[in-house]
Design a protein around this ligand. Structure first.
Ligand SMILES: [Zn+2]
Length: 459
């Protein structure tokens, strides 16, 4: 197991040439691919608090990214960014899908403590969100998200609170629109950009004769409401489980989708650099949750509390590239990002938090080992008993499901996660000590809104 609590390994990975532009050669091209030539030139000196950019990549599991150990990954931009920033090799999502994950990112709280464990839940009214805190600290918060993804299911859900602009756009135009907005926005700004390239279905724009016709049909059913019932995923994945060749094709398609997400990151980061806005910015790139690709018989993510769904890539680039190349092997959580970002800009954090600032460990100061926690209702399970929970630390994993009174312990033996007889006491204690989830407030979603979300593969 790689985890060594409190340890930092500096300068282990060097896959690019020290800046993102160097990694472009031979890699996928992005819409902003020409932007890097005069990086930083013409920048206006700016001495205020750093800008904050949070890029969330839907459905991106860590082990399909080069900087996180996949030697065959085509992720040149993420790999180069890892060399420019601090890489968290053991970052965990506290949720299994987009909405509760972002609720945790926005609040520094576990999803159940933020009030968002279900698709129609709202962020608790008395919980301040990251854009609100930054706005009150003088920031200009902007959000750019794909239409009918994060946005459509949370209208009225509290996710727009604090943003000066919350823009839903065509998925392919998110980066371009965000860059244009940033160039026109006074500093300091906070930008949230959400990309959904790696979300199923993985083949939205590149159907061809070489593709298995079942994949084409899956995409068609996903994109058209007439495809249901039966559920397009159920229909498709039943065949995938029974056909190794199809499973392999799906896995390769996912890798291609990951490469598109990587190109999105490259285009946006290079655009920021060209605009002279990168070195006075705290930049975070994170997967919001991962994706199961057959492990445990599962495909997709929603409700699957398993390592492939919870282990996400996380890279933080501090202003000026402070700590470039540092790799932190501690177990950390996406709930840590709000306190980390507020710490980095010198803003006061809310009193109630589940997360903690990672800034010290990025600067070489060890943090006490603390299990990362995740929560989710499993598919089709009744809600009354509360969500299933996971605690993970140091290569050990403890899963509990109060609905079925099930407990599962796993251990990472270096080659993967295998069943264990029991989990360390600290994991059980962490779950025992969890405060109760807050009573959720829900809001209705119209049939049209639900259908729009479904056709994008969400829900
Ligand atoms: Zn997501």
């Amino acid at each position: 197991m790689l985890v060594a609590a409190g340890s930092i390994v500096v300068g282990v990975v060097r896959l690019g040439g020290g800046r993102l532009g160097d990694a472009r050669e031979g890699g996928p091209s992005g819409p902003g691919g020409a932007a890097s030539a005069e990086a930083g030139s013409g920048a206006t000196p700016y001495a205020g608090p750093p800008n904050v950019v949070l890029i969330t990549l839907c459905s991106l599991r860590a082990d399909r990214v080069g900087a996180f150990g996949d030697a065959t990954a085509q992720t040149p931009y993420l790999d180069a960014l890892a060399a420019e920033g601090v890489t968290f090799t053991h970052a965990w999502s506290p949720a299994t899908y987009t909405l509760p994950s972002h609720a945790a990112l926005f609040t520094g709280l576990l999803p159940g403590h933020a009030g968002v464990l279900d698709t129609t839940d709202e962020i608790a009214a008395d919980v301040p969100t990251l854009p609100e805190v930054l706005r009150d600290y003088g920031y200009h918060p902007l959000a750019y998200v794909p239409v009918a993804s994060l946005a459509s299911v949370h209208k009225g859900g509290g996710f727009e609170r604090g943003f000066e602009a919350f823009i839903e756009g065509h998925a392919g135009g998110i980066g371009h629109s965000a860059l244009a907005a940033v160039r026109a926005t006074p500093e300091p700004f906070f930008l949230l950009a959400h990309f959904k390239d790696a979300h199923r279905p993985y083949l939205e724009r590149t159907e061809s004769d070489s593709v298995d016709p079942r994949i084409t049909e899956w995409n068609r059913r996903m994109a058209t409401p007439e495809g249901r019932p039966p559920d397009p995923d159920d229909w498709f994945y039943a065949q995938t489980r029974a056909d190794p060749a199809l499973a392999d094709a799906v896995s390769r398609l996912y890798d291609g989708a990951v490469s598109r997400a990587d190109a999105d990151v490259g285009a946006l980061v290079e655009g920021l650099r060209a605009a002279g806005r990168l070195d006075d910015t705290v930049l975070v790139v994170a997967g919001d949750h991962g994706e199961a690709l057959g492990e445990g018989g599962h495909y997709g993510h929603q409700g699957f509390l398993q390592p492939e769904v919870l282990h996400v890539p996380l890279i933080v680039r501090l202003p000026g590239g402070e700590g470039a190349g540092t790799r932190v092997n501690d177990d950390v959580s996406l709930v840590d990002l709000l306190p980390t970002l507020l710490d980095a800009v010198g803003a006061k954090a809310p009193a109630r938090l589940d997360g903690r600032s990672l800034l010290p460990v990025m600067r070489g100061v060890a943090l006490p080992e603390r299990p990362a926690i995740a929560q989710s209702f499993l598919p089709g399970e009744r809600r009354e008993a509360g969500p299933a929970v996971v605690a993970v630390a140091g290569g050990d994993w403890l899963f509990r499901n109060p609905a079925t009174h099930t407990t599962v312990a796993l251990h990472d033996d270096g080659d993967g996660w295998v069943p264990a007889a029991a989990a360390p006491e600290a994991l059980g204690a962490a779950l025992d000590q969890l405060p109760a989830d807050v009573a959720p407030t829900t809001h209705p979603i119209t049939a049209a809104e639900k259908q729009a979300v479904q056709t994008q593969g969400y829900w």
